[in-house]
Design a protein around this ligand. Structure first.
Ligand code: UDP
Length: 482
């Protein structure tokens, strides 16, 4: 990027790990590709503190971190509720509504930056849950963009369902999306809060408002790859009036595994290549206790090595103590003694695990960051989507990309999880079944496409980012080029 005077970009992620991680990675990427750019990342105090203590200091030192005040207690939330990971699912909608109260402080911060720099930032890149920030950008004459941290297909399907609530207009189990008659959704792919939504509930109120505002943004950048998500991008471009530039995969740089995780990496070091199934349901989700037992029994029967990041089941404090009774009798001891499996209670260094040569599969809830991390490392996915876009990520990955097999869906006790299916699918993917081989071949292809996207020359994401900045700069007449 060439630059007459230093330009300033402000990044504003929603307060959830799955949003903050790719925004931090985007900030690092922007600084790497354009060292003259000033990049400020804005969040609430606890999140800024967490970013400072968790990320690699060298790359972060070039990013300005600014916190804006937020009082969860004023909205009836516990004081630590500055991130979705700190609260149970039913409180997330309250956090979403509460996040609207950030507007005056965010506006003040842009005012301060404008004073300090002698001009407004070139561009505000905000989360889709903060689509309201378009009004702040307009006030200061800054270019406004939304950075979607989920995939194009998942984003479009989820938005369409929340906008039109098509399941309310039919009794049928399967129905098409109004804008996309070829896209058929099954009722079991609707999370409970969407199934119950009637357009006047708090979820609909928040999401429909932000979806509608997002059509006012100047541009969209999205954490996906043009060549990987052709269908999703075609759909997203049909519903959005502004340009859409894929700039993915935007991934955080792997930190060297922290001291507390040595035993995990050592155990992986001692396993045969591509033999371990890594299991995780993301930064905030968990499954029901009966499902945990089915998963454990299916795993044991499949005789597959595994590394399972496990939390207390639905209905219990996810940060609380784990009880052996949630698993088959003596499961953890038996797996440990046999050397077959390791349970990680709490948090694991996911990107490092997926990058390890012993990891051969990922049983994932299909959060979009997990999907990108897995595919970019060439690791096939056994999908167990739980909610929101995860269900549509799994659908497109199985039906179109051919990089995963769905093993179960949902985390309610009523959702089916069957040990026999777990055993069959895990064996198929991990022990070289015909379908497993085909999936591995497709994953390698997708990994190649992801790599190509960031090749100078330019790959599609290099081009996307450069066109995005050209659009932002031309609005300002800034002569900025990537
Ligand atoms: N993650 C991790 N360790 C864990 C659980 C999650 O490092 O034990 C990271 C994971 O690598 C990913 C993010 O947290 O970057 C989860 O984001 P995703 O979109 O996959 O799911 P979400 O948590 O938003 O549901």
């Amino acid at each position: 990027m060439e630059d007459g005077e230093r330009q300033h970009v402000v990044l504003f992620p929603f307060m959830a790990q799955g949003h903050i991680t790719p925004f931090v990675a985007l900030a690092e990427l922007l600084r790497r590709r354009c060292p003259t750019l000033i990049v400020t990342l804005v969040s609430t105090p606890l999140n800024i503190q967490k970013i400072k203590s968790s990320s690699c200091p060298p790359s972060l030192s070039s990013i300005r971190l600014r916190s804006i005040p937020f009082s969860p207690a004023a909205h009836g939330l516990p004081p630590e509720a500055e991130t979705t990971g700190a609260i149970p699912f039913h409180q997330i909608v309250t956090l979403l509504h509460a996040s609207r109260s950030l507007q005056p402080a965010f506006e003040q911060l842009i005012e301060d930056i404008t004073q300090e720099d002698g001009r407004p930032p070139l561009c505000i890149i905000a989360d889709n849950f903060f689509a309201w920030s378009v009004h702040v950008a307009r006030r200061f004459g800054a270019f406004h963009s939304i950075f979607f941290t989920s995939g194009a297909y998942g984003t479009t399907v989820d938005s369409s369902l929340w906008t039109h609530l098509p399941h309310r207009k039919t009794n049928s189990d399967e129905f098409p999306l109004p804008e996309f008659p070829d896209t058929i959704i099954h009722r079991s792919q609707l999370p409970k809060h969407l199934l119950m939504a009637d357009g006047t509930d708090p979820w609909s109120d928040f999401l429909q408002g932000q979806i509608s505002l997002s059509s006012e943004t100047d541009a969209v950048i999205i954490n996906t790859v043009e060549e990987v998500e052709k269908t999703g991008l075609r759909m997203l471009r049909k519903v959005l009036p502004c340009p859409v530039w894929p700039v993915g995969p935007v991934l955080s740089s792997p930190s060297s595994a922290s001291a507390g995780n040595d035993h995990i990496m050592k155990w992986l070091d001692s396993q045969p290549p591509a033999s371990v199934l890594y299991i995780s349901f993301g930064s905030q989700n968990t499954i029901a206790a009966p499902q945990m037992k089915e998963l454990a029994m299916g795993l044991e029967a499949s005789r597959t090595r595994f590394l399972w990041v496990i939390r207390p089941p639905v209905g219990f404090d996810v940060k609380g103590e784990f009880k052996a009774e949630w698993l088959p009798e003596k499961f953890e001891e038996r797996m440990r003694d046999e050397g077959t499996g390791v349970l990680v209670h709490g948090w694991a260094p996911q990107l490092e695990i997926l990058s390890h040569a012993s990891t051969g599969g990922f049983l994932s809830h299909c959060g979009w960051n997990s999907v990108l991390e897995s595919l970019s490392r060439g690791v096939p996915i056994v999908a167990w989507p739980l909610s929101g876009d995860q269900l549509y990520n799994a659908k497109i990955m199985e039906e179109e990309l051919g990089v995963c097999v769905e093993v179960a869906r949902g985390n309610m006790e009523s959702s089916k999880a069957d040990r026999v299916v777990v055993e069959k699918v895990v064996k198929e993917v991990m022990h070289g079944g015909q379908r497993g081989k085909e999936i591995r071949r497709r994953v390698e292809e997708v990994r190649g496409l992801m790599k190509e996207a960031w090749r100078d020359g330019p790959g599609s994401s290099v081009k996307g980012l450069s066109e995005f900045f050209r659009a932002a700069a031309s609005m300002r007449g800034a002569g900025l080029k990537m």
